[in-house]
Design a protein around this ligand. Structure first.
Ligand code: SAH
Ligand code: SF4
Length: 339
């Protein structure tokens, strides 16, 4: 007997071909999709119209929940064991108008931003598109609610795992799979110009968020080691191509670090950069990470920063931090290995 292949790693035609080759009827493909994508059911024993032998050829979940934490504000964080012992985290953030899933794209992260927990242990490995999509299924099963929005803002750098990220986005926006509108999907990147240009060529009207965090190359290099490789100008040129090709607004993300990047001149320079592509700026409150020495900006400094951006014609919002009491907030996701 061959090892079953992971269903969520496949397109619908690929899954159908495997079923046909194994001697199943073509209509099984549609029935399976109804169970997995439509209802979030992954246990073949629970699929009343599916023969158990389908499990010989296809597996539906390769990861399992190692730990679950529920925040006072309704946020749920799951720590998942992948098949080889690597771990990733995924978070569900319900609000009155939407249910947002925050997914990881790598176990660990090679970028090593100085303020982020995800990069502390370096990169363990890329994860597959199926392993990204399993996070949506686990969140749905754990909460009983299907996500309506997906943000690629968990652990890892999505564009450093390009193929898997794009395959996962395609499954998420495919009306016959997860069926979530592309407008409700955001990919956040530290800014890899070549990959951003490539993404501009994909037929996907998703939102692109660039983690800028500093308005000058000099400061950016201090807090983001990989910034030594790409200037802000290169990143924004690539983002401009994405904007031109996809006609989707770009968001600049900026985590406010007290005394580091939160002065008035930083806000003025940031606004100048944002105007270039008419970007929105999404300010993020720094979530303290154990062993890191940064501090969040004060309320006064944060308000002043937002005002300066707005006075300079830039649309700015402050991201509500959810789940910080369970270390599920931005930049607090950490990984480890079993055993
Ligand atoms: N690697 C990608 C996506 C994951 S990080 C990226 O960096 O864009 C998602 C967001 O959380 C980024 O904007 C990141 O800069 C931010 N973040 C990282 N560490 C943080 C921290 N300690 N507090 C608040 N936000 C943080
Ligand atoms: Fe990696 Fe993003 Fe964290 Fe930087 S902020 S270490 S790119 S996950």
């Amino acid at each position: 007997m061959t090892t079953p292949k992971n269903y969520l790693d496949m397109t619908r035609p690929e899954a159908r071909d495997i079923l046909l080759a194994a001697g199943h009827k073509a209509f099984r493909a549609k029935q399976l999709a109804d169970w997995v994508y439509g209802k979030g059911v992954t246990d073949v024993a629970m699929m009343s119209n599916i023969p158990a032998s389908v499990a010989d050829d296809l597996s539906f979940l390769t990861s399992s929940i190692a730990a679950r934490t529920d925040s006072r504000d309704g946020t749920t964080k799951l720590l998942l064991d992948l098949h080889d012992g690597c771990q990733v985290e995924t978070v569900l953030i319900p609000s009155p108008s939407r249910v947002t899933a925050c997914v990881s794209t790598q176990a660990g992260c090679a970028v090593g931003c100085k303020f982020c927990a995800s990069g502390l242990g370096g990169l363990q490995r890329n994860i597959s598109s199926g392993e990204i999509l399993e996070q949506l299924i686990h969140l749905r099963q754990a909460s009983g609610t299907a996500p309506t929005n997906v943000v690629f803002m968990g652990m890892g750098e999505p564009l450093a795992n390009y193929e898997a990220t794009v395959a996962a986005v395609r499954a998420i926006i495919d009306p016959e799979r997860f069926g979530i509108s592309a407008r409700r999907v955001t990919v956040s990147t530290i800014g890899l110009p070549a990959a951003i240009r490539r993404l501009a060529g994909e037929d996907m009207a998703i939102t692109l968020a660039i983690s800028l965090h500093a308005p000058t190359d000099e400061l950016r290099r201090e807090i983001i080691p990989s910034a030594a490789k790409h200037t802000i100008d290169e990143i924004l040129s690539a983002a401009g191509e994405f904007y031109q090709a996809r006609k989707r607004e770009i968001t600049l993300e900026y985590v406010l670090l007290a005394g580091v990047n939160d002065a008035e001149h930083h806000a003025r320079n940031l606004s100048r950069l944002a105007r270039r592509l008419r970007c929105n700026v999404n300010l993020i409150r720094y979530n303290p990470v154990e062993s890191l020495t940064f501090a969040p900006s004060s309320k006064n400094a944060t308000d002043a920063f937002i005002n300066t951006l707005r006075e300079n014609g830039t649309n700015a919002t402050l991201r509500q931090s959810r789940g910080s009491d369970i270390a599920a907030a931005c930049g607090q996701l950490k990984t480890g290995s079993r055993g």
